[in-house]
Design a protein around this ligand. Structure first.
Ligand code: AMP
Length: 571
């Protein structure tokens, strides 16, 4: 017997589920379906997006609907239009072989008259956003006095979005005798209050542990600085040429900015947030679903309605303020049996936010180093070669061109051909990353910079500053180049506009002065001068100057667009 049938669902529903590819019920479905079918008790369910919660509440409702009666028997409230539409579509799919079951999905921003017409035709299940649902009740186009089921889906999000009053008003128009099903990923006190005020001794169901993330998700963090956040994001995208993911931001502005930068830099990305019109949002989501966009930069709320199962990555451009939102975000990947990676970009200061999340997840974040330019190039190159190996060759279409091409390439050896072809595709990438900084080293520098100088350090003035394109790495490189000592300690570095300061171990004070005097180095066309200067507060530690620390740092090179189409679909 089908596993769904054993939950108490009839043949028509089971047939539709089989066609949808649902082989066995998810954990929340196993618990909710028999419970709702066998009892009138209210249900309070802890379930996140991606657990199969929509089917968990809608299948038992469809099963029990009196389809010959055309009055509204169930109302499902959802926070966003997208989610409402998705639930409506799911229910239509589930009831494909029950033609008398009719649904209406109602939401703001769309023609209300059409929705009224649909309701007038007679439907048993209404799925709606709170604002529009209330509007229709007030216009007497929607009557909830005979409903048997009230579903509050993503209750936490509805309250977050300020729908508390609308929900209160809607609930007042429902009969006392009904079954209330409340689904929420988190249970802050506002949701508990709704449960307390509107539910009668509800049965609690959970799809696993409350607020615990999926087992299929690995959690990683990259240590960045605020200045390297975007560069790190790009490298993560570059080292994962097949990335298909959501980049979560905290504000609409941050979302738009990150998306704009990615698009300008040639990545396949777009933004999704509440400031876009409904049409724009629909179009972005559709493009993302169809994989015409690889990276969707989104706010938490806007991404709620998006139902995509095969995301490879979720990236927290900035961590959310509430821990629960992290589980929500990361739960967008690792769905339907797929593996997923949830990445957090954190500064040293933000790192502390990971511990409470780890406690909640009962999983540790793994620190991953930001890929170096070399690693990115290697990965992209291999990706290119893989694509060459697997590309479908359409012989009939290219056949007529081949003789001329062979003639033109005559005389080139196999090796030369490969080299040229790889260079053609790869040069722009290579030159972008040539001399690129190791972003992990920048963190070290920042740490070093934060420390006060120690007693046994000498502070030097140097006549170069930001205007000369000096930065800590280049300064360290410059000091290294003077061959002052094998492994001298360099302490705090302060780069100012036209001059800077750095510290060197006291015992190398005179060697440092001598070396600069003897070598009279030149930096970006300026002769370099250093002088011992008065020291500021003297505490803290210094750090070792490792050989090669400044590798590549002396020749600044920036290009806005690294890619020449490697694994990236351009728009
Ligand atoms: P939901 O949590 O309701 O948003 O569902 C998440 C995704 O899982 C949706 O794409 C559903 O179509 C899918 N899904 C739900 N239940 C099952 C199931 N039993 N088997 C396979 N896929 C499912």
């Amino acid at each position: 017997m089908s596993l769904f049938k054993s939950l108490g669902l009839n043949e028509s529903i089971v047939k539709a589920l089989v066609e949808l590819g649902y082989e066995k019920p998810t954990s929340i479905q196993q618990k909710a379906v028999p419970q709702i079918l066998s009892s009138f008790l209210d249900v309070k369910a802890f379930a996140q997006t991606g657990t199969g919660k929509t089917a968990a509440f809608s299948l038992p409702i469809i099963e029990q609907i009196t389809s010959d009666n055309q009055t509204v028997q169930a109302i499902i409230l959802s926070p966003t239009r997208e989610l409402a539409v998705q639930i409506g579509n799911n229910i239509d799919d589930f009831s494909k072989y029950l033609p008398k079951v009719k649904t209406a999905t109602v939401y703001g921003g769309a023609n209300i008259e059409e929705q009224i017409r649909k309701l007038k035709k007679g439907v048993q299940i209404v799925i709606g956003t709170p604002g529009r649902t209330l509007d229709l009740i007030k216009r007497k186009a929607l009557k909830l006095d005979n409903i048997n089921w009230l579903v509050l889906d993503e209750a936490d999000e509805m309250l977050n979005m300020g729908f508390k009053e609308d929900i209160d008003s809607i609930l007042k128009s429902t009969p006392k005798e009904k079954q209330t099903l409340l689904f929420s990923a988190t249970f802050p006190k506002e949701v508990e209050a709704i449960a307390k005020n509107y539910m009668n001794n509800p049965v609690e169901i959970t799809s696993g542990e409350k607020n615990v993330g999926s087992d299929n998700v690995e959690h990683e963090f990259y240590l960045i600085t605020d200045r390297t956040r975007y560069a790190a994001l790009k490298r993560i995208a570059d080292i994962n040429p097949d990335i298909y993911g959501i980049i979560f931001c905290r504000t609409k502005r941050e979302t738009q900015e990150v998306a704009d930068k990615l698009i300008t830099d040639g990545y396949s990305a777009d933004s999704l947030h509440g400031d876009l019109s409904q049409n724009q949002r629909d179009s972005v989501m559709e493009k993302f679903r169809q994989k015409k966009i690889q990276m969707l930069v989104a706010t938490d709320v806007a991404a709620r309605g998006l139902d995509v199962d095969n995301l490879t990555h979720v990236i927290n451009h900035k961590l959310p303020d509430q821990i629960e939102n992290y589980t929500h975000r990361s739960g967008r990947t690792g769905r339907a049996g797929n593996l997923g990676i949830s990445i957090a970009l954190v500064t040293n200061k933000e790192k502390g936010k990971l511990h409470p999340i780890e406690k909640k997840l009962k999983k540790k974040f793994k620190q991953v180093a930001i890929p170096t330019g070399e690693e990115v190039c290697q990965k992209q190159l291999m990706h290119l070669i893989d694509r060459v190996k697997t590309i479908d060759v359409n012989n009939s279409q290219i056949e007529s061109f081949l003789p001329k091409i062979y003639e033109k390439l005559d005389g080139l050896s196999r090796e030369e051909l490969i080299q040229r072809f790889v260079s053609l595709e790869f040069n722009s990438f290579l030159s972008y990353y040539e001399n690129s900084r190791d972003l992990n080293e920048l963190i070290e520098e920042k740490r070093g910079k934060g420390r006060a100088s120690s007693e046994n350090m000498t502070r030097f003035f140097i006549n170069l500053g930001r205007k000369d394109k000096l930065n800590p790495a280049r300064l360290i490189g410059l000091i290294n180049d003077q061959n002052i000592g094998e492994a001298i300690d360099i302490g705090a570095i302060d780069i100012l506009d036209t001059f800077s300061f750095f510290e060197v171990e006291k015992e190398f004070e005179s060697e440092t002065l001598d070396a600069f005097e003897k070598n009279t180095p030149d930096f970006n066309g300026r002769t370099v001068n250093i002088e011992i200067t008065k020291k500021e507060k003297a505490t803290g530690r210094s750090r070792k100057n490792k050989k090669g620390f400044s590798k590549g740092g002396n020749k600044p090179r920036r290009k806005s667009n690294p890619a020449s189409g490697f694994g990236r679909r351009r728009k």
